[in-house]
Design a protein around this ligand. Structure first.
Ligand code: COA
Length: 200
């Protein structure tokens, strides 16, 4: 079965078409209030937020993500921050992926301009990975950043995240710098990479 990606309720114009062949139509659209519980679950499960403190704390962490998403949605300024979801099944609109692109003002790295476009919260439900949904979410954010007038887009990724590093490298991101991160267990220390991609 052919599938297609499109963005509804657009604050910006996006026309990506995409075929997965197995999950039917995948829609990438702006996050709505009705998506928040599912989106928080996808983010919480994908990043295993709170798992280090015990599985029983997961619901609490997911509640925190939910509240964060509600407040972002209330304050959302489409010129400054846009959260997207990927959904399958038009009738139930099941959320299977999330991402956020922001127009940031903090000077993080010497090579950055005063404002820069930054991607966060990319997560795809475990059962829907390796179907190109992550790629579509990232490319929609690239399109939004271009329409905001940026020439580059940035993000952070952990060095020991092979799927995300593979995706970003394949999409043309390059490593600008890396920070050592601290872990409760010293031998588990890893690096956080800061990546950049030039937008066409
Ligand atoms: C990273 C993530 C968003 C990718 O989503 P996705 O929908 O599977 O992405 P895509 O299908 O577009 O592409 C994934 C690519 O990684 C590859 N991949 C998957 N697992 C991999 C692994 N363990 N090692 C290397 N490559 C891997 C896939 O084969 C695919 O590459 P291909 O197109 O060359 O075949 C998803 O794995 C995820 O949600 N991970 C947990 C949250 C996370 O780490 N987010 C990123 C934070 S920076």
């Amino acid at each position: 079965m052919n599938s297609s990606f499109y963005l509804s309720n657009p604050p910006v114009v996006l026309n990506e078409k995409f075929t997965t062949g197995t999950v039917g139509t995948v829609t990438v659209r702006v996050l709505e209030q009705a998506d928040i519980i599912q989106a928080a679950n996808v983010i919480g499960d994908s990043f295993q937020i709170g798992a280090a403190f015990g599985r029983w704390l997961m619901p609490l962490f997911k509640l925190g993500i939910r509240e964060d998403l509600y407040s972002r949605l209330r304050e959302q300024d489409p010129q400054r921050a846009i959260a997207l979801v990927a959904t399958v099944n038009r009738s139930t609109s099941k959320v299977v992926g999330t991402i956020e692109v922001t127009n940031r003002g903090t000077l993080y790295h010497a090579s950055l301009a005063k404002r820069y476009a930054y991607i966060a919260n990319l997560a795809v439900d475990d059962g829907y990975r390796s179907l190109g949904i992550g790629r579509q979410l990232v490319s929609q954010c690239e399109s939004i950043a271009s329409q905001w007038g940026f020439g580059y887009i940035y993000l952070h990724v952990m060095s020991e995240n092979p799927a995300a590093n593979h995706l970003y490298t394949k999409m043309g991101f390059e490593v600008l710098c890396s920070d050592r991160t601290w872990h409760l267990l010293p031998w588990k220390r890893s690096s956080r990479l800061f990546l950049r991609k030039a937008l066409a």
